[in-house]
Design a protein around this ligand. Structure first.
Ligand SMILES: Nc1nc(=O)c2c([nH]1)NC[C@@H]1CN(c3ccc(C(=O)N[C@@H](CCC(=O)O)C(=O)O)cc3)C=[N+]21
Length: 291
């Protein structure tokens, strides 16, 4: 067997095209969604992401507002900027690029964002809403993974899903989304005993550990769907958390890196911005962009 490639890049392009159509319809009603991205410091990888977010935001017809602050900006200045963006009716979504410089309290900064504009879904109120099944802003990477999984499997109900990684950004919200779709969810991490054996029972594997080529082909149950969230820069380029060459012949379907989950993350950021704009204007949620 050789795995079907899950083309996240193509899926994301379709998603952005649909979002573009919805944006055009909103603009006809006098509403232009606006996304503010705040970058503190000069991390080169962050600058690349922010640039491509800005380009794709404009491509779907939204306003993109970028705020760049020096690495030594006092936290109070960042909080003051967030307050201004919270109060600005032209801003529907706010993303503060992570990681922040070490002198800043990440939780304090995230929780200063108006939860209705929190397009990352990191605010404590959105975390709680997702965990309790209420209408929330959902983190972009897990939302993108969920869309890919549903597209390839249909109903996730009763599937054994293994999430490898317990971060607030990917692992935990991914587990919540899978649970909401009635999968049987296991969350593994660095202290998990006998991970290979656990993994061999999974119909769905979501790898989000941040270790290059960590998940081996002989851990994969034949036919399983493998979603690779990893973005690891190595001497031979960008690689995922899954050892693609050994996993692909065993899996039923697998996402590549690059061209898998990464582009879905940005498309879901735009989806969340559209959803936030609709909600701010008393319009129904756009179809198929929320879990
Ligand atoms: N507040 C916040 N929200 C984020 O969503 C956020 C963040 N901070 N900090 C950094 C991470 C990382 N991230 C990526 C988005 C797209 C790709 C992506 O499109 N990757 C391409 C390749 C990119 C390349 O070649 O470097 C791909 O996988 O095909 C990767 C990584 C969003 N992040």
């Amino acid at each position: 067997m050789t795995a079907k490639l899950i083309d996240g890049k193509a899926f994301a392009a379709h998603l952005r095209a649909r979002i573009g159509t919805e944006v055009a319809a909103m603009k006809a009603q006098g509403i232009t969604p606006g996304l503010a991205v705040v970058l503190v410091g000069e991390d080169p990888a962050s600058q690349v992401y922010v640039r491509s977010k800005g380009r794709m935001t404009r491509e779907v017809g939204m306003n993109s507002l970028e705020h760049r602050l020096p690495a030594d900006t006092p936290q109070a200045d960042l909080l003051a900027l967030i307050d201004r963006l919270n109060a600005d009716p032209a801003v529907n979504g706010i993303l503060v690029q992570l990681p922040l410089p070490r002198h800043m309290d990440e939780a304090a900064v995230i929780n200063a964002i108006d939860p209705a504009k929190d397009v990352d879904g990191f605010h404590i109120l959105n975390v709680g809403r997702l965990a309790t099944g209420q209408k929330a802003m959902v983190p972009c990477t897990p939302l993108g993974c969920l869309m890919l999984l549903r597209a390839h499997l249909g109903d996730l109900s009763g599937k054994n899903a293994l999430v490898i990684g317990r971060s607030n950004i990917v692992g935990k919200p991914m587990a919540q989304l899978l649970l909401r779709d009635s999968a049987t969810v296991t969350v593994a991490h660095s202290r998990t005993a006998n991970l290979p054996a656990l993994c061999r029972q999974a119909d769905i594997v979501v790898a989000a550990v941040g270790r290059a080529r960590f998940v081996q082909g002989d851990w994969i149950k034949p036919g399983a769907v493998v979603i690779d969230v990893g973005i690891n820069r190595t001497d031979d380029g960008l690689v995922g958390d899954v050892d693609f060459d050994s996993a692909a012949p065993v899996a039923g379907a697998i996402t590549p890196v690059p061209g898998g989950v990464g582009p879905m993350t940005i498309a879901c950021l735009l989806a969340n911005t559209l959803t936030a704009t609709a909600r701010a204007n008393g319009l129904p949620d756009p179809k198929g962009l929320t879990p």
